[in-house]
Design a protein around this ligand. Structure first.
Ligand code: HEC
Ligand code: HEC
Ligand code: HEC
Ligand code: HEC
Length: 482
């Protein structure tokens, strides 16, 4: 069975993927068609506005008029070109189209053989299981033929039915954040709100009624086993690789992005976990717990290599002293909790509860109830000055058994790179440090060509030695910094 699990963090590959969606002729034609409809959308928004409380979707065309965000000239301010940048270079513009790639069709076929037999059955399956993350809901009042645009403006900025009219007036600039939120506009300038917007799809959420057409945004192990990439989101790296359709905020650093991202994505993970417990309990009450949607515990939250490792030969996992039958929970989102300042005793209790072979709901819910609802002010990121001492923090032992698996190593590297990048803005960058980071990223931690899943990953016992060697080298180089 062919499976493709692109988990590599290889930067070249990521930028190649971004390039794949570059402008084509058909794109230009679409844009022209767009302009003609934009004005009438504002009119439609005015009607929707008066008839409903919840903000409705009005469609991408409403944003794309030349006088609004649809200019194609390079000399105008970034906000006037947002549509073009998104359409030409942003992976989100293709998020719906990829659902029709052969790999996606094969994936759906493994999950449900009936769904791939007929076009309408396929689209229905997508609508129920994929579109919440891969598409923006159709406008409440579709124009002549609204294409499905992928993840477009309203998926990130909020359904515009209640705010589009005001948004086009000069007074918009003077509206308070609270007022904008009331209208259904999601602000992306404040860092925490920006990162939370991404996490709603890149981590997932179960009750996404306000932002999606279907309510569940979840990638389960079943989806992953069928070929979906596992969601391993690190905000600073992902954010840096999106083409800017905005004017970058010069006073923010990547270290701050990293911290905000660690805190928000952990929080999103905890909220998702709470919803999962709730959902699986309800499913058991209704005797629906055989359904794959309600599987508990959800394997996607664990280190893949807890289960996918060879029993036969000397495995790295067993060398680290993991006991048989225990799985590392939260290997991705908790990996950096000491440095991200999210380390709380309740988190260790939660990890212990989730690591037990059949996590009991009450043991999971009690630490969760103390971790949630989250105190947003505690997630607030201070201005950080990155010095040599800050960088040295990345090499301190964490006090608990060091579990270096793929998740932790990648998270460590992404964190170190974000902080080093911030340090280098002020002090200039050291070619040797960049070289070691590149080597770790492109050879040690990236998967070999043709890699199909985590099954074979740990089969190279040298990986971890090479990773630790690279880390030691970085530590030496950091000691030498001023
Ligand atoms: C929780 C949100 C979510 C759901 C639900 C979801 N996906 Fe995805 N999908 C993503 C994200 C996020 C990525 C990008 C992952 C990355 O690179 O980190 C992705 C990537 C993919 C890719 C790889 C695209 C490429 O460029 O190679 C395919 C194919 C895909 N999804 C298909 C599906 C299908 C089919 C379904 C439904 C059965 C589905 N997805 C459901 C969020 C989701
Ligand atoms: C994947 C999420 C996402 C999508 C899709 C998206 N945006 Fe954005 N947008 C952002 C983020 C994040 C920012 C803020 C970045 C910052 O302030 O650093 C932003 C900022 C903006 C800004 C402010 C620019 C500035 O310089 O102040 C405009 C205008 C904008 N987006 C318009 C659009 C339009 C129009 C679309 C659809 C064509 C769109 N966006 C699609 C995430 C998104
Ligand atoms: C509505 C759901 C949704 C939201 C919100 C969202 N994304 Fe995505 N994102 C996706 C999906 C689905 C894909 C996969 C698209 C594809 O491969 O074509 C994706 C792909 C990406 C990719 C390319 C990944 C790769 O492997 O090439 C990056 C980078 C990214 N998103 C960053 C962000 C950032 C940063 C934010 C917040 C500002 C964000 N996304 C918000 C759904 C979303
Ligand atoms: C709690 C144990 C467990 C965890 C954790 C787990 N898996 Fe699996 N996985 C399994 C089992 C069991 C199967 C089914 C094996 C079979 O039927 O051949 C499987 C099957 C798969 C398959 C399809 C078969 C194959 O070997 O290629 C893929 C791909 C996969 N898992 C990927 C992942 C990824 C990626 C992660 C981490 C996000 C993960 N798994 C975490 C237990 C686990």
């Amino acid at each position: 069975m062919l499976k493709r699990v692109p988990m590599s963090i290889n930067q070249d590959q990521a930028s190649w993927r971004l390039c794949r969606y570059r402008s084509t002729r058909s794109a230009r034609v679409l844009v022209l068609a767009t302009l003609a409809f934009a004005a009438s959308s504002v009119h439609i928004a005015a009607q929707l506005n008066s008839t409903s409380g919840v903000s409705q979707f009005v469609g991408t065309r409403s944003c794309a008029a030349t006088g609004c965000h649809g200019s194609s000239t390079h000399t105008v301010q970034p906000w006037r070109r947002s549509f073009h940048v998104w359409w030409q270079d942003d992976p989100h513009a293709a998020a719906y189209r990829v659902l029709f790639d052969p790999a996606a069709v094969a994936m759906v076929g493994r999950l449900n053989a009936e769904a791939v037999k007929r076009d309408d059955a396929y689209r229905k399956y997508l609508q129920q299981n994929c579109n919440a993350c891969h598409a923006t809901p159709q406008p409440a009042q579709p124009l002549v033929s609204d294409p499905v645009w992928g993840v477009s403006c309203e998926s990130c900025h909020g359904a515009a039915g209640n705010w589009l009219v005001e948004h086009t007036q000069p007074e918009w600039l003077t509206l308070s954040s609270d007022r904008k939120r009331e209208l259904g506009f999601r602000e992306t300038r404040p860092l925490l709100s920006r990162a939370a917007t991404c996490a709603s799809c890149h981590v997932g959420e179960i009750d996404a009624t306000e932002t999606a057409s279907a309510t569940r945004r979840v990638v389960t192990h079943d989806l992953i086993a069928a070929g979906h990439p596992p969601l391993r989101f690190e905000f600073a790296a992902y954010y840096a690789s999106l083409p800017n359709h905005w004017a970058p905020q010069a006073d923010e650093s990547r270290a701050e992005h990293w911290l905000a991202g660690q805190r928000t994505t952990l929080n999103a993970h905890l909220e998702l976990l709470e919803q999962r417990v709730d959902e699986s309990q309800r499913a058991r009450e209704d005797q629906r717990d055989g359904e794959y949607r309600h599987v508990w515990p959800e394997f996607a939250e664990y280190s893949c290599y807890s289960c996918h490792h060879r029993l036969a030969h000397r495995s790295h996992r067993r060398e680290r002293g993991n006991s048989a039958g225990s799985y590392d929970w939260g290997s991705w989102s908790l990996a950096m909790s000491r440095l991200a300042g999210t380390d709380r005793p309740e988190l260790n209790q939660l990890r212990a509860a989730m690591t037990a072979p059949w996590p009991a709901a009450n043991r999971v819910l009690s630490p969760l109830s103390r971790l949630l609802p989250s105190d947003r002010s505690a997630m607030e990121v201070p201005r950080i000055q990155v010095t040599r001492k800050t960088l040295q923090g990345f090499f301190q032992p964490s006090g608990e058994p060091d579990r270096w698996d793929w998740d932790r190593s990648v998270q460590w590297l992404l964190g170190f790179e974000a902080f080093y990048d911030t340090y280098a803005v002020e002090h200039g960058s050291d070619r040797e440090i960049l070289g070691v980071c590149r080597r770790l990223r492109n050879s040690v931690l990236s998967f070999p060509a043709g890699f199909l899943g985590p099954r074979d990953y740990e089969s190279d016992p040298d990986t971890w030695r090479k990773f630790q060697d690279g880390r030691d080298e970085l530590q030496r180089l950091v000691e030498q910094l001023e």
